[in-house]
Design a protein around this ligand. Structure first.
Ligand code: SF4
Length: 523
């Protein structure tokens, strides 16, 4: 049987299986390709946590001493009832990871990888990492792990899925290592970040000789072609998780990611990379998507579904409600046997309907992430968000009324924002603080290639040829320095905002937030 290996490199949050390689595996297996999945992120993290720690201070010594106990605690529900205990466990585990990183000049954490001299936004630095894999903080892990996969029963094709900047340096180190030590393998590089780089920064030319194939966009058909297989099943397939160490992810039960679409059904927000890349919207039919969920539920007994769509469509929500109410789900949600779920949703009128939200809660929805972005209607309109701020108020109230937690995303410093707009957003949050459980605050980044970039005076930003964003002269004088000062010194210090920010799970943020919501509903 045709076979290949799919690798999810470090660093990403190791709390659930990776969405990218499991989705690919579902499609490839349906088309007769046997996939070996390697979550090198999870395995690499455990390799570091189980290695001897050079502890020179009290905190690191305590972290090393309590490592096994902290790992065990994060696999149990009880710790998600107590944010202080949870935070201590997570910070201690992170201390071990960070201490390990320092040996190679890396600033490693449970969710990120930065380096004091190397930038994932510079192709020269990525290529340097490929040439010097021994300098990577994960080298002791992958130099022991990768030779074994070359001996596996595959056709010698290895695909790397690169989705986040935090994965880039180690991805290139691993590729460089394989190129040098395991010649003869066909190396394929794809994933969301690679797609963005290809579409906007011409990455492909810069990688000549390092990898055999660069995949831009969904990799399903390209991989079949590379493997010389004919398409036998063309429809949407469910993700495939077998072979992963599903019991080891840092969560109290299995969290399964599932995306019922790629792209975004709205696709109009001016600041959105999806929009800048013109990726298009490709949904799975809602009835088929709920069938996938039901099958995954039966096969894997997950504790939680993470609906990984850029925005869960109203049609998909309605299908989940229909399917689960047909199964007799009650307002008790998870107690009735349906698996809880969470995801991103747009602010839309149907979410302001208390009855709809009650049905959503009964279907297992424990948390929605919502891009409120700003409380200034002119700013929202110029961003083409497609919602009005009064609807946002109603949505937050209706969701909270139904027992669904809200995770609100805000952006400061958009080209249309003034200081008064940012203050209006602060006013909104303080007024609605009783309906907001979690907050994500971001400074606006202008995507290169966006329509807005053509209208503004721009200048290079992060000093890297692979940067996806550009700096710009703010047309209203509300520049990045002033915006940052406002967010850090005024917005974040408001007592109502602080109270919300203090609830944020460190490092795992929105990935673990719903676990606290599930816990609340269970008690
Ligand atoms: S709703 Fe989200 S994903 Fe969709 S276009 Fe707007 S920002 Fe992008």
């Amino acid at each position: 049987m045709t076979a290949m290996i799919l690798v999810h490199p470090p660093v990403a949050k190791a709390c659930e299986p990776p969405a990218g390689i499991t989705k690919l595996a579902g499609f490839l297996e349906a088309n007769g390709v046997n996939c070996t999945l390697i979550d090198a992120n999870l395995e690499g993290m455990f390799h570091i946590l189980r290695s001897p720690v050079e502890a020179h201070d009290t905190w690191t010594k305590r972290a090393a001493r309590n490592c096994v106990r902290n790992l065990k605690a994060l696999h149990e529900w009880s710790i998600y009832k107590n944010l202080d205990r949870y935070s201590r466990a997570v910070m201690d585990l992170n201390r071990i990871i960070a201490t390990h990183g320092l040996k190679t000049g890396a600033q490693l954490s449970l969710s990120d990888y930065r380096h004091k001299n190397l930038s994932p936004l510079k192709s020269d630095d990525l290529l340097w990492s490929a040439e010097h894999p021994e300098a990577d903080p994960y080298h002791s892990f992958f130099s022991g792990r990768l030779p074994g996969i070359a001996e596996a029963d595959t056709d010698g094709v290895v695909g790397f899925s690169l989705n986040y900047l935090s994965q880039a340096l180690t991805t290139f180190s691993m590729i460089g290592y394989m190129r040098r030590e395991l010649p003869g393998l066909r190396l394929v590089l794809g994933g969301g970040l690679v797609t963005s780089w290809c579409r906007r920064q011409g990455l492909r030319n810069k990688l000549a000789g390092l990898v055999d194939d660069v995949v831009s966009g969904p990799g399903e058909y390209t991989l079949l072609r590379i493997l010389g297989k004919n398409l036998t099943v063309s429809g949407e397939t469910a993700p495939q998780f077998s072979g992963l160490r599903t019991g080891e992810y840092l969560s109290p039960g299995l969290i399964l990611p599932y995306a019922a679409s790629s792209g975004c059904y709205w696709g109009r927000c001016s600041f959105c990379p999806e929009q800048a890349e013109g990726a298009g919207y490709h949904p799975v039919a809602p009835e088929l998507a709920v069938t996938h969920l039901r099958r995954l539920e039966a096969a894997s007994k997950p504790a939680l579904f993470h609906l990984a769509d850029n925005a869960v469509s109203p049609a998909f929500m309605e299908s989940i409600i229909r399917e689960r109410s047909a199964r007799g789900a009650s307002a008790a949600g998870e107690k009735s046997g349906v698996t809880p779920w969470y995801g991103f949703a747009r602010i839309t009128p149907h979410l302001s309907d208390p009855d709809f939200c009650a049905a959503l809660a009964a279907s297992g929805c424990v948390m929605l992430k919502l891009g409120v972005e700003s409380a200034d209607q002119d700013v929202l309109d110029s961003m083409r968000k497609g919602h009005d701020i009064e609807t946002a108020r109603l949505v937050l109230a209706a969701l909270k009324g139904a027992g669904i937690s809200t995770y609100v995303y805000l952006i400061f410093g958009t080209p249309q924002e003034r200081e008064t707009s940012a203050r209006a957003t602060l006013g909104f949050v303080t007024q609605e603080s009783g309906h907001i459980d979690f907050l994500n605050l971001a400074l606006f980044n202008l995507p290169i290639g966006s329509a807005e970039a053509d209208l503004l005076e721009t200048r290079p930003f992060f000093g890297g040829d692979l940067s996806l964003y550009t700096d710009f002269v703010h047309p209203l004088g509300w520049d990045r320095r002033r915006v940052r000062q406002f967010v850090e010194r005024e917005f974040s210090r408001h007592p109502a905002v602080q109270k919300i920010l203090r609830k944020q799970p460190p490092f795992f943020t929105s990935n673990h937030a719903p676990l606290f919501a599930v816990k609340e509903r269970c008690t």
